[in-house]
Design a protein around this ligand. Sequence first.
Ligand code: ADP
Length: 475
Amino acid sequence: MGLSTDLFIGGEWVKGPSVMPVMDPALGEVIAEVSIAGPAEIEAATAAAHAALPAWAATAPRQRAEILRRAYELMVAEADFFAELIVRENGKVLADAKGEVMYAAEFFRWFSEEAVRIEGDFRPAPAGDKRILVTHQPIGVSLLITPWNFPAAMATRKIGPALAAGCTVILKPAGETPLTALAVADLLSRAGAPPGVVNVILPQPVGASISSMLHDPRIRNLSFTGSTEVGRILLREASDNIVRASMELGGNAPFLVLSDADIDAAVAGAMIAKMRNGGAACTAANRFFVAREVHQEFTTKFAAAMGSLRVGPGLDPSSQVGSLVSIPERDKVAELVAAALDEGATAVSGGASVAGAGAYFAPTVLGNVASDSSILKNEIFGPVAPIVVVESDEEAIFRANNTEYGLISYVYSADLGRALRTAEALESGMIAINRGVVSDPAAPFGGYKQSGLGREGGFDGIHEFLETKYIAFTL
Ligand code: ADP
């Protein structure tokens, strides 16, 4: 497919001790074999990122910005190539993959603009005895670990700010979707990123390899996107050397439909909030809390919309829902749905896996879901929408907050004051009012509680890769 399947270390394509297969989950076939990294390749990548750091940190911000800007332009020009690659290894439909590529490219553009705006501060101390000078410096070599659901965007959302800040990086993509990461590294190299600034490795076994890297004093920063469970392990690992860590973890987002909501708009928003990326997003609406007054109309219309979606191979332009990333991921979704049905929920649409070799699950709306049902406690990561009926705004807010997660919440109401009061009461880092999507490279993305630490994108994103230095002096 015109792309190296080796590791990318120090500006070179490097073979590891063995290879691992990459599957097309829609076909159930191996499409490539990529090199894995053993201890020698991990050492080489760490040494390369460490050696490249001083010169990259000293590179003029404008020059770093221009490399990122070229990366943006190349990615837009090559959007079809990237989209097809994402579909092949992830299973999502082409429209979602194209949307992801544009979103991914925007992180390069946004952080090319941020690279030249790293602010500082100079002011007299209140006591008048000195001046306070505050400046920011790159933290150093950053380890970036990304999941399979947005193989391009999760990489660029970390690489963009890291390079803008003057850090060098080692990217560890998910084993399910390494090809897109390799293509992103190749693109950055063509955009002018010097050797060693961006490295990609696929270490095996993952846990022990990442642990050894987090105990290597050359690695100063960790940026992770993935499950809360793995995030917790990595925070423990990072604690020994006090490695700076930012974490984008699980979401389990609530979707509140208040009694005065425009139901057609709420259904349209729910279709996006639930079904973008086939439901495999940490922002995906997973717990629908719908006012009793409107729940019948909402459920009927939502189930009709979900039931009419065409499920099929991502590369077929008529498909609206692709396959999940793998059969094990599809089976996890099936188990959650089966348990909910056992507990008394009803499948108003869908309810089961689609037979055949591909990892497909039918778009599903579950009605009559009990407020303590197990499906509400686990992130679904698939095309399944459980609906719980609530009696008041207070109950909706209580149930929405009754979770260890706090990434994003969706609120539908015709009354802006009521929607804002609800938004203020919800314990989440992002709130969508009367819309089904919030993600924007120019806005801070991140969660409360066990959904994470730190923010990506917006003005905050670059600070995950910067240290703050205070210099005191007397005039
Ligand atoms: P998801 O549920 O999205 O697959 P995971 O947390 O399992 O989330 O995976 C996210 C990323 O973390 C992937 O790149 C995966 O390979 C990596 N990962 C999984 N387990 C570990 C671990 N013990 N240490 C470091 N990285 C891990």
